[in-house]
Design a binder for this molecule. Sequence first.
Ligand code: MN
Length: 494
Amino acid sequence: MDGNDDKLKNESDLSDKEIEFLDKAKEAADFFKGFDKNKTIRVISHLDADGISAASILIKMLNRTNRRYSISIVQQLSEEKIKSLAKERYSSFIFTDIGSGQLKEISNLLKGRKVLVMDHHQPKEGFEKWRIGENILQYNPHLSGIDGNDNISGSGVVYFFSKAVLEKNKDMAHIAIVGALGDMQEDYGFKPLNNIILKYGIEEKKIKVINGIRIFGAQTRALHRLLQYSTDPYIPGVTGSESGAIDFLKRIGINPKGENGWRRLIDLNDEEIKRLVAGMIVLRINDKVEDAQRIVGPVYLMEEEEKASPLKDCKEFATLLNACGRLDMASLGIGACLGDEKSKKRALDALKIYRKEIVESLRWFENNQNNDRLIKKGKGYIIINSKEDIRSSMIGTLCSILTNSVDKSEFKFILGLSRNDYDDSTKISMRTTLNDGVDLREILQTICSKTEAEVGGHKHAAGALIKSNDEKEIIERAEGILERMALEEKVELE
Ligand SMILES: [Mn+2]
């Protein structure tokens, strides 16, 4: 099937706000150029796929401009973390995909250092400005009135900045697209700023958009497994059933097996793909026409990766980066983004381990269904208090997966808690099965407002760091607030 890139935006189609934001990249670049060339730059980035992509784009530019750097990838930027950074002797700092929510602490604790914050999260109240004093520059789309939830990701922000420093860095667009996909910013196409990046990626022959079946794992999974595990789209009689999936394929005249064993989606010819799409639409006969059409849409592929590689599909690439980050092996993800073959191989091993951990955490969830000290199912919500049982970097992933498998009419909110093993703090993750109309970050802020907590995230995925001693109080407060929120259409927060 052919790609369709006539919908891609041109710079001339951008709004004034978007143009202002892009112009600001030059200011950020000039600020960066003022960093002492003989000194090592301290780089701190976020641990998810977007944060790793952002760090990779930055590193490419730093390498190309002969700058030295020391990099850390963090899950949260707690006050403790900033305190320990302040003890280091670096004179310049760059924060990517993180930092705007911590500008108060950054400006208090990193006094006298040059700090560049490139983020797309909502800036801390009172810090919604490009410059904070002489020494801090914040490059963030919110400051131009642009929604950082879906118009541009952290890696996109770093992309425009690094391109402004060095035009050659235009060739990292594909990695910024991986970051945007990792942050779920794509919805059958991108908003204008991400779309410009996509256009650059296509111009650089790094990325290709095809019109294909939108199921995760097209490059790598056996076709029948792919259908069996497909929750979006949900295929009646097929999702959740291996034999159902195989029968379905046979019924529509597609042999699930080829000469070399199980076939993948990418092994099908055009005629078979058409039959598959038609077959899926027939099974989803109750759908509205618009929904039925959603089976097919844009699929983003890396031009330079081999067919059937887990790095070929940009969404699978994002999952690989996530895996590296969550398993404390972010450097492998960065290596993969920079095209290092050895890192790619090792990152693929990390992906296998990650999948195993996900399965184990789902199994833990299943096994503890009736243990209401660990899993509380209330009216409209589920609270998972995993203590040390689930790795704190995996609790968000577990909550995300559950939003696709729990009964959406019964449960609106999923809140997960997991203890960090390095201190007496607890990580909270919050997800929703609702598509719109809620701001999880705001809700989590309210839940945590009576205790000392650091809350961050977006409308659709929020997180917090609390003291483990406060777990009980937070859970009790969450029960009240979430039940109220889930029952009523819209509740004003106190
Ligand atoms: Mn991000």
